[in-house]
Design a protein around this ligand. Structure first.
Ligand code: SF4
Ligand code: SF4
Ligand code: SF4
Ligand code: FES
Length: 984
């Protein structure tokens, strides 16, 4: 810490702190139009000029030094600030009273007020460009654009999509998309970063326009007339009185615009943000202080919310009648559910019933569903969809380090010197997390290795891209481990102190020579050596992996091999290191954490431990089943075998998302009784006997747990649509109709019960999670959490990690003469999974209307396929019809099909092969034959899809180009010391 003086008062500051941050803390008010703490100094606006020891400097670009004396309000400083802001106003038409951005947080409005501006010295000049309305979610108005460059900085260096720039050399600079395209045909991925950081109304969410203000919804002619009136009286009245009118209107807005914090409903990154609403209209999503995301979002979190008010929401319980359904009252539906489950339990026992929780539901809801299964129905047949994706990663970590969760935080990934991504299309599946890697790689020299079948965005950015053969990651990871040990590059000190089982493990690596790995993985030996040396030489390594690893017949073993590699290189127990299996759904981590598993009560407490069971039995006042139940893969088999008679599905499109979908659907049609809790009538509902209308995340309270074990609260944005109920209420209603006596009034009471029974969550309370506060489990009773999981020891009785020996086996499903192509699959940025939610957002449907199959140029040439050609893919299990997209993202005989289709779901083709340990389907091991159909269709990705754009990477805003203009001079009367740019 060091001392500086701001306007005569001594302030403490950290070494290297930005002067603007200290000034802001001090209470002095300085304009700062282009400064955004999460973007760093951009230096385009010059409004933050202050006097430091007699010289003018930009406060945002100056770092403090001991003894500095700063005046924010000297004549020289305020003259400079005013001059700079005057230039800004010449680029912006002030019409706040009729502006949708005038909501108390408009930087231009607030700076006008702060500086007491009455009249502009430089008049407003229009720019010779049209408003760009070509993106479905936001629009750009060049006439309102003050050229602050925040949007460019956000796009270039935070989102790192590198779409935006400013043509500083042009007589009329403006923001450009791909150097001059329309937004709609650019590489813009609609993440919304630029819109979020824009300090005025130049970039705005279309959902705000005409809706936020009392007068802003007027027809354009009337609106223009009002703007004319305002501008007409300004020379006489000055801005002061106009601002006062505007502020009165702004205050009226406060009474009807609600801002409610929520957590994203889509992927496991755990982005949180405020949702601005007016009645049931979503004005916008505004991220600001998300502990995982800061101001970041992807297209889904920012814009994909049309499902909430979709006209086809389920709002009444449905009861099967013959081949159709009829609407029913809640009482009728709940009574029927209770009666049929009771009858089946009486006839065939509790284990003839299975329950499946949803990883879209809250922690409290998953807890209640497993309580319903165990304490009311009396079965351990309870599972969740982590079985389909994450269970193998959890097993790999259980085996080696003890906890089944990411070993650090997203901030650790950003800090790492080397990130290795294995089998994860991170930029599309975990977009905001990927931005942290892209930024560290672009700005901070982080190295990146990517192993994948497909050249996805991260692979294209990587320093080393390992284009592996399908299902062979275990081989190269183990070969690199062996090479490191053989060549004395393992971290012996760390192993000796912290790791058991080294001898046996080393021996198990014998078959994994570089030569074998090279042959089987299709990778040059030199490349493998290079990878080994990069890992050995990096101070801090994080390995990220996802379904490209876990959805294989050796998913658990490959996950284990990754953790083994981290252990022998000492890449645990320090910031910037560790294992990061990237959780797919928003609450897939929490669904397992809270006991929706056949073998574990909440907190991974085993059902066969009598002591643990006793604790739950005493609290729940029941006797609990003691043997492991069926997982959801086994449940499907048990239905087919006639052993499982009834299923209660708490919200999951299983008929599409489970592997070998035809087999799963056939099983559902055999059930004696099937209850589905859903928000839309999806494909799975067709097999149900009762459908219960639930509420989506914006209509309830609770908590989600993200990939970094971060527990966060979501608040009710809207009341549940009439007729719907939050899932926790439905589960309680079902339990009580089955004779339980539950009286939860609010999810906080459920969390209190979870905490009381689960050591891992002992200190979790709603108070500690209030607003944007969060906790990363395990949470001790006194409330301390663990962002970095292993600091003092590993989670085993002796505190030491365990190396786990492995063998490699060929996958059971291989291409042959009939099924000659390998079919890979995965998520697409714009849609979540099969798209049940995201297809309901019109803009997403326009940009990404359908699935497709990616075909390599080589294969396309060989088979006479063009983009748009219809093909039939047939596997040993089913067939689908789909359009081809010819792309060099895939090679040779490898195909790739995104999951986003209800009509042609990929899982009609996938098999029932599973990972031997967890029963996770081997979705990624599918062989198909492809028949080219005679029809020719349109390109499945319209021209407005971002994948056709041409980004323009550059080093941020490049303000130096502005400073080089002949008409630029630094504002203010004195000689100015221009500070060098800060390190970001
Ligand atoms: S990708 Fe598009 S929405 Fe995201 S910051 Fe860049 S221009 Fe804005
Ligand atoms: S569009 Fe970009 S450059 Fe223009 S005012 Fe908004 S953030 Fe600044
Ligand atoms: S989908 Fe994932 S990355 Fe996108 S906003 Fe939601 S949580 Fe963040
Ligand atoms: S805030 Fe814009 S230059 Fe400092």
């Amino acid at each position: 810490m060091l001392g500086i003086t701001v306007d005569g008062l001594v302030q403490e500051a950290k070494t290297d702190e930005r002067l603007i941050d200290v000034i802001n803390r001090s209470g002095s008010k300085v304009p700062q139009v282009c400064y955004h703490p999460q973007l760093g100094p951009i230096q385009t606006c010059d409004t933050c000029m202050v006097e430091v020891d007699g010289r003018l400097v930009r406060a945002c670009a100056t770092t403090v030094s001991a003894g500095m004396s700063i005046s924010t309000n000297s004549t020289a400083a305020t003259d400079a600030q005013r001059e700079a802001f005057d230039r800004i106003l010449s680029n912006h038409l002030l019409y706040c009273t009729v502006c949708d951005n005038s909501n108390g947080n408009c930087t231009v409005h607030n700076t006008t007020k702060l500086l007491g501006v009455e009249h502009q010295n430089i008049p407003f000049r229009t720019k010779p460009y049209e408003v760009d309305n070509t993106n479905p979610f936001y629009r750009y108005d060049p006439d309102q654009c003050i050229l602050c460059g925040r949007c460019v900085e956000a796009c270039q260096n935070l989102e790192v999509n590198e779409t935006l720039s400013i043509n500083w050399e042009d007589p009329h600079p403006r923001v450009l998309w791909d150097g001059g395209s329309t937004i709609g045909e650019s590489s813009c991925v609609s993440c919304g970063h630029c819109v979020t950081v824009c300090p005025c109304n130049a970039l705005m969410e279309k959902s705000m326009l005409g809706h936020a203000g009392f007068f802003t919804g007027l027809p354009k002619g009337a609106l223009d007339g009002m703007i004319e009136v305002v501008k007409g009286i300004e020379p006489e009245t000055g801005y002061g009185s106009i601002m006062r009118v505007s502020e009165a209107e702004e205050a009226m807005r406060e009474s009807r615009i609600r801002r409610t914090k929520t957590v994203c409903t889509y992927c496991g990154v755990g982005c949180s943000f405020d949702v601005w609403t007016k009645d049931r209209h979503i004005l916008k999503v505004e991220p600001h202080d998300g502990p995982a995301n800061g101001i970041s979002t992807c297209i889904k979190g920012k814009f994909a919310w049309d499902h909430i008010n979709s006209a086809d929401r389920l709002t009444k319980p449905l009861i099967r009648e013959g081949d159709g359904f009829r609407e029913a009252t809640w009482e009728e539906a709940l009574s029927l559910v209770a009666r049929r489950l009771s009858e089946i339990k009486a006839e065939s026992g509790p284990d003839s019933i299975g329950l499946i929780s949803s990883s879209k539901c809250t922690n409290e809801e998953s807890y209640l569903l497993q309580k319903l299964a165990r304490a009311v129905v009396g079965t351990n047949n309870i599972d969740n969809c982590s079985r389909y994706c994450q269970a193998p990663a959890t097993t790999g970590l259980f085996r080696t380090v003890g906890y089944g969760g990411d070993s650090g935080s997203i901030s650790d990934i950003a800090q790492a010197d080397l990130v290795v991504i294995v089998g994860s299309n991170t930029a599309e599946s975990h977009p905001v997390l990927a931005t942290r890697v892209k930024r560290a790689h672009k700005l901070h020299g982080q190295k990146l290795i990517v192993s994948d079948l497909r050249e996805n965005e991260m692979a294209r950015r990587a320093d080393v891209f390992l284009h592996t053969q399908p299902g062979t990651d275990l081989v190269w990871v183990s070969a690199v481990s062996r090479y490191l040990i053989d060549n004395g590059m393992a971290k012996t000190d760390f192993i000796n102190r912290w790791v058991n089982g080294f001898e046996e493990y080393s021996k198990s690596l014998e078959p994994f020579t570089l030569e074998f790995a090279s042959k089987r993985c299709g990778l040059p030996v030199d490349t493998l050596k290079k990878v080994a040396h990069m890992i050995a030489e990096a101070e801090r390594v994080c390995i990220l992996w996802a379904m490209g690893v876990t959805q294989h017949s050796q998913g658990s073993d490959t996950s284990t091999a990754i953790s083994n590699l981290l252990l022998i290189t000492g890449n645990y127990m320090r910031p910037g290191t560790g294992a990061y299996p990237l959780r797919g759904h928003n609450n897939v981590q929490g669904a397992s954490d809270n006991g929706s598993m056949p073998n574990n009560l909440p907190g991974y407490q085993s059902v066969d431990d009598p002591e643990i069971r006793k604790r739950f039995e005493e609290h729940w006042k029941v006797t609990l089943p003691s043997t492991k139940g069926l997982d959801n893969h086994e449940m499907v088999d048990a239905i087919q075998q006639g052993k499982l008679k009834a299923v209660y599905l708490g919200g999951e499109e299983m008929s599409i998302v489970d592997s070998n979908a035809n087999y799963v659907s056939e099983a559902f049609s055999k059930l004696e009784f099937f209850v589905v809790q859903e928000i839309f009538f999806g494909v799975t509902c067709q097999y149900a006997d009762v459908v219960l209308p639930a509420a989506p995340s914006l209509e309830k309270e609770g908590t989600f747990t993200s990939t970094e074990r971060r527990i966060q609260r979501l608040y009710e944005v809207f009341e549940p649509l009439e007729g719907c109920r939050p899932d926790w209420r439905i589960i309680q209603d079902v339990a009580n109709h089955l004779g339980a006596d539950w009286h939860y009034q609010h999810p906080s009471e459920i969390m209190a019960e979870i905490a009381s029974l689960t050591p891992m969550f002992a200190g979790v309370t709603y108070d500690r999670l209030e607003g944007y506060k969060s906790l990363q489990w395990p949470v001790a009773a006194e409330g301390s959490d663990q962002p970095l999981l292993y600091t003092k020891e590993f989670f085993f009785p002796d505190g030491k990690a365990r190396l786990f020996p492995l063998q490699w086996q060929e996958a059971p499903e291989q291409p042959d003469a009939d099924f000659d192509l390998h079919l890979n699959n995965g998520r697409l940025l714009e849609h979540f999974h099969e798209g049940n939610l995201t297809y309901r957002t019109v803009g997403i449907r326009e940009k990404t209307p359908d699935t497709f199959v990616e075909v390599s140029p080589e294969l396309a040439a060989e088979r006479g396929i063009q983009t748009g050609s219809w093909v039939q893919l047939a596997s040993r299990y089913g067939r689908v019809r789909v359009r081809a997209l010819v792309t060099d993202r895939v090679h040779d005989k490898e195909l790739y099909m995104p999951m986003n289709s209800v009509v042609s779901p990929i899982n009609r083709l996938t098999s029932s092969h599973t990972d031997a340990v967890t029963h996770t389907p081997a979705y990624k091991e599918t062989s198909v034959k492809m028949t080219v159909l005679p029809e020719m269709g349109e390109n499945p990705l319209p021209r407005t899809n971002s994948r056709w754009g041409q980004p323009t990477p550059q080093h941020g805003v490049e303000v130096e180009r502005k400073w080089q203009r002949t008409d630029y001079r630094i504002p203010g009367p004195q000689l100015v010391q221009i500070q060098p740019r800060l390190a970001r």
